[in-house]
Design a binder for this molecule. Structure first.
Ligand SMILES: Cc1cc2nc3c(=O)[nH]c(=O)nc-3n(C[C@H](O)[C@H](O)[C@H](O)COP(=O)(O)OP(=O)(O)OC[C@H]3O[C@@H](n4cnc5c(N)ncnc54)[C@H](O)[C@@H]3O)c2cc1C
Length: 412
């Protein structure tokens, strides 16, 4: 089918099928069963098997009729491709329907106090107990652990083999007594992260993804798609996070459109806020500020082209790390220019600040170069994969994990 036919089909379907009086759950299910909600998903799993570049066209048809988009977030953008690659048919059917229309949400339970960049050093233990696994250990920086349905959990199931080979990947129910999230207060005033203690938490064997000891290949798929999940264009445009499935779909669409559901956070709108600050503080003619604004404009344009390349391929490639590094650079420069033009007023917060939104962005800015793999790790990746530089030497590859030294953590 060519582009024109796809657009025509999507238009016809959305015009005939969008009904704002359906509940959110009914509308999500209708989209899943038609394949038009997530058109890049395979046809047998609620999609149309279309290339990523076409998803944008379908989205435009949905927006044109004012229809609510399907759930966004790391479930559809990150877990779904992991399921396509590593899940059994039963897992794909159950988890994809859960994400698409039953209100399931997920989080990442990978980083640990002594294993962040080096995820293969995870020490959270999973021990088989009949048809279940018992999980014991600690994860950290776990965003949204207190509110999601289940976490994507990396755990060690074998301590007597080299570190990459003793790992398994689970979809662990997050709301159970054995999973205890403790919120961590951030310097921007919010508390989205958690330190999560697992004390004999239970996961069914049916929720082991990729098989016992196959946790590292699954994690590599996770890492491939994770960077993509930072790209706003990768999301279908519906609500992030838990949602009331019994609400009228039209009502949620209206709230999404006016910004009262899922208020924009992160870097959205920062460019406009920065331009306003430059004018408000009368610095638009300052040659240094003009030079910085020109650099920002150029980097954003380059990133736009990189994102187009990323969207043109169905599997995220090395554009992911490049794009992530560029976002880190842009974020730092925006923060520095914005705080610089404000001078002493840049230290104010909340209602006292010239731009409360910008100040919150500035306080949140370090997260960009850490979350989803630090800048240094992205550069290592590019050095090895693009420049062909040798990997760092290590004696860890062949030794059983139980024989490796490990750092003493200061986390409680
Ligand atoms: C906003 C945000 C959200 C997050 N959400 C989650 C989440 O939901 N779930 C989750 O599991 N984790 C999450 N994280 C954790 C994040 O993935 C880790 O913080 C990150 O991978 C770095 O790990 P670390 O903090 O242990 O630092 P470390 O790995 O200890 O690194 C410390 C420093 O050493 C450098 N370094 C480490 N190894 C190398 C190397 N080989 N070469 C060069 N430099 C190196 C790093 O770049 C860094 O500067 C989140 C983090 C942030 C900021």
């Amino acid at each position: 089918m060519d582009e024109g036919q796809i657009v025509e089909e999507a238009r016809t379907w959305y015009r005939a099928s969008w009904d704002p009086t359906l509940t959110v759950g009914e509308w999500f299910q209708r989209m899943y069963e038609s394949g038009w909600g997530y058109p890049t998903w395979p046809e047998r799993w609620g999609g149309k098997g279309l290339p990523t570049s076409m998803a944008k066209l379908v989205r435009a048809e949905r927006r044109a009729v004012g229809a609510l988009g399907p759930p966004s977030g790391i479930g559809p953008t990150l877990l779904a491709p992991m399921l396509f690659k590593h899940g059994t048919d039963e897992q794909c059917d159950r988890f994809l329907r859960g994400l698409a229309y039953r209100g399931d949400t997920t989080c990442q339970m990978l980083s640990e106090p002594d294993a962040g960049s080096d995820l293969a050093a995870s020490r959270t233990a999973a021990v088989r107990d009949g048809e279940e696994w018992r999980i014991t250990g600690t994860k950290v920086w776990t965003s949204n652990a207190a509110i999601v349905t289940y976490g994507m959990l990396l755990a060690r199931t074998n301590w007597d083999v080299p570190k990459h080979r003793g790992l398994s990947f689970f979809l662990c129910p997050a709301q159970q007594p054995g999973v205890q999230p403790r919120p961590l207060k951030q310097m921007n005033g919010r508390a989205e992260f958690n330190l999560v203690h697992f004390d004999e938490a239970i996961v069914a064997d049916a929720d082991l993804l990729g098989g016992e000891g196959e946790g590292w290949p699954v994690t590599r798929t996770f890492l491939t798609y994770e960077k993509n999940s930072f790209n706003p264009a990768a999301h279908e445009g519906g609500p992030f996070g838990p949602v009331d499935l019994t609400m009228e779909a039209g009502e949620l669409a209206r709230r999404m459109a006016d910004g009262t559901a899922n208020p924009a956070r992160g870097n959205r709108g920062v460019g406009r806020a920065l331009t306003a600050l430059v004018h408000d503080f009368d610095r638009a003619d300052d040659p240094h500020v003009r030079q910085d604004m020109a650099v920002l404009h150029t980097r954003r344009a380059i990133m736009g082209y990189t994102n187009l390349r990323m969207r043109a391929s169905s599997v995220p490639g090395l554009e992911g790390p490049i794009s992530k590094l560029t976002v880190s650079d842009i974020t730092r420069l925006q923060r520095d220019v914005g705080l610089g033009v404000q001078g002493a007023a840049g230290t104010l917060l909340g209602d006292d600040a010239p731009s409360a939104g910008f100040q919150e962005f500035a306080l949140s800015s370090p997260a960009t170069s850490i979350a989803g793999g630090t800048d240094q790790i992205q550069r290592n990746h590019l050095a090895e994969k693009v420049l062909g530089l040798p990997r760092e030497p290590g004696s860890e590859q062949d030794r059983p994990f139980s024989q490796l030294p490990h750092g003493a953590s200061t986390w409680g």
